[in-house]
Ligand binder design. Structure first.
Ligand code: ARG
Length: 461
């Protein structure tokens, strides 16, 4: 049998494999709530504009609500031969209210319908991601406050660089997440225009009120160009870009958790709740959740690339290629949601090991810069000369396999005769972090103030 929605000019139905490649119902059924919301807004507008009589509007509204009830109750049968969510809902509506159902599609096409549905879904999901990212920020800021003064090594090139505090390190991710949230909100603001009423591509001859449907669906305004309305998916691309960047942030932190929990680092302990064992090696505590967060960023980045590639060669307006926007967008944004939740859980259960962190912070001549700064401050050496003197002292200590603080005053004076015993005060890691009071620096007082500022901004969950 040919399709009831568009089969008028067809003598036969589609080949089995045509139906399989064409159907999107397997994945777009999740748009049912958005689809029905859009239809309710559309039919109400058709009534107000005098395009449909009130009794038809009432019947359709009641029918749509019945369909929604069935879907919510899990009593709806999704059929592949009905292609997609739009035709599935309309077909069931027809079963419930009869031929009047056919009036719903007046002044509308699946092209503007699907663009509207997707915008609604992405918008809701961006709001959820924003709230989840805020929760992760809260977990990080709380832990940062508790460890504002816990000294750890700061790295560049993964080589010991300068001591920092654990709280400072966590607050770096709070800042990244703040920018991620800004990108979610920017994407939301730009996508919040309603394509409904653009119809297939050219608009419609019916006297519809696009401002009314836009307002009813919580959009700021209708989209201004009917071709653009149905032809672009940049709103999904923008959400995916923001998601990919956020996923990369999470992946970097996940990588650090993997490294830090290794026996060789031993910087932090992850709870039993976020580790797994090995079936053969009884000693193992594997950071699987962190590894998966690290890996899943690949899916999010992949979805962005895939959709960019789908879109890049499409002439205006709609092409069926655009149906491929869905699976990747759904999967990527949900993946990010899962990663944000897992990271928040891990952070709340994370236990830094202060002794190990402090010992590691002092290794690798991490306070050499403090020594050089002392030479500049106390002796008036130009920084480049101070750097050179310090480098020679590090060389001398390293040749003997000892720390800078273990060099005698005489050994120091062999390089710079004006050095006094006061220099030993700056070689401790606590002193080092305490001195980094420049704005944004790692001094515990700064870290405490920043953590408190964030907790104030974030409020309670
Ligand atoms: N399932 C389709 C999609 O997701 C709906 C739009 C179909 N439009 C069309 N002209 N065939 O893109």
């Amino acid at each position: 049998m040919s399709n009831r929605m568009w089969g008028g000019r067809f003598a036969s139905g589609p080949a089995e494999i045509m139906e399989e490649i064409n159907a999107s119902i397997g994945f777009d059924k999740r748009l049912a709530p958005q689809d029905i919301r859009g239809s309710l807004a559309h039919v109400a507008m058709l009534g107000k504009a005098g395009i449909l009589p009130a009794e038809d509007v009432a019947a359709i509204e009641e029918g749509l609500k019945a369909v929604r009830g069935e879907i919510e109750a899990g009593q709806f049968t999704f059929r592949r031969d009905l292609e997609d969510i739009h035709m599935s809902v309309e077909s069931r509506l027809r079963e419930i209210v009869g031929p009047t159902a056919g009036r719903l599609h007046t002044a509308r096409s699946r092209n503007d319908q699907v663009a509207t549905d997707m915008r609604l879904w992405v918008r809701d999901t961006l709001d959820d991601l924003d709230a989840q990212a805020a929760d992760l920020q809260r977990a990080l800021a709380e832990t940062a406050l508790a460890h504002a003064g816990t000294v750890m090594p700061g790295f560049t090139h993964l080589q010991s660089a300068q001591p920092v505090t654990f709280g400072h390190h966590l607050l770096a991710y709070v800042e990244m997440l703040a920018r991620d949230r800004g990108r979610f909100r920017d994407a939301r603001a730009r996508l919040n225009e309603c394509p409904l009423g653009a119809a297939a591509l050219a608009g419609t001859s019916f006297p519809i009120d696009r401002h009314a449907t836009a307002a009813a669906l919580g959009f700021d305004r209708p989209t201004a160009n009917s071709l653009d309305s149905v032809a672009d998916r940049d709103f999904a691309l923008e959400a995916l870009s923001a998601a990919a960047i956020a996923a990369v942030h999470l992946s970097r932190f996940a990588e650090e958790i993997v490294v830090w929990t290794s026996a060789q680092f031993g910087f932090v302990k992850l709870s039993d709740r976020f580790t797994t064992g090995s079936s053969i090696m009884p000693q193992k505590r594997n950071p699987d959740a962190a590894e998966l967060v690290r890996a899943k960023s690949g899916r999010v980045i992949g979805a962005l690339s895939a959709l960019l590639i789908v879109m890049k060669g499409l002439p205006l307006a709609y092409s069926k290629d655009m149906q491929e926007d869905k699976e990747g967008t759904f999967d990527a944004l949900q993946t990010l949601s899962l990663c944000l939740a897992a990271m928040a859980g891990m952070v709340r259960d994370l236990e830094p090991v202060p002794e190990v962190l402090k010992a590691a912070a002092g290794s690798g001549y991490a306070t050499a810069t403090d020594l050089a700064d002392w030479l500049v401050r106390e002796l008036g050496l130009p920084f480049r000369d101070a750097h050179h003197v310090t480098g020679r002292l590090v060389g001398a200590a390293s040749a003997r396999g000892i720390g800078l603080e273990a060099l005698s005053l005489d050994e120091m004076r062999a390089e710079e005769p004006r050095i006094t015993a006061a220099i030993y005060d700056v070689l401790g890691v606590e002193n080092s972090v305490g001195s980094r009071t420049s704005y944004g620096g790692t001094a515990p007082a700064n870290v405490r103030a920043q953590a408190e500022r964030w907790l104030g901004l974030l409020g309670q969950a």
